[in-house]
Design a protein around this ligand. Structure first.
Ligand code: TRP
Length: 72
């Protein structure tokens, strides 16, 4: 079983102004955090008791335990 609270996801922005949006865990799913990345900036993040999903808007390279993907 994969441990969601220790696995990291890596997001590398491929353009300026990529948004990484954290969504809450629990019965309501809401945005609680927005991080803006400029080109070539990298964010390393975990899922936590507060964060159950991440939405990425803009061109980015994303690595997770499920593999690597780009939304370019
Ligand atoms: N304080 C947030 C939390 O512990 C920070 C966070 C964790 C976060 N993972 C994230 C923010 C992913 C954006 C995207 O849940």
């Amino acid at each position: 079983m994969k441990d969601t609270k220790t696995d990291f996801i890596v997001i590398k922005a491929l353009e300026d102004g990529v948004n990484v949006i954290g969504l809450t865990r629990g019965t309501n799913t809401k945005f609680h955090h927005t991080e803006k990345l400029d080109k070539n900036e990298i964010m390393i993040a975990q899922f936590t008791e507060h964060t159950s999903a991440v939405k990425i808007r803009g061109k980015a390279l994303i690595q997770t335990s499920n593999g690597e993907m780009s939304n370019e």
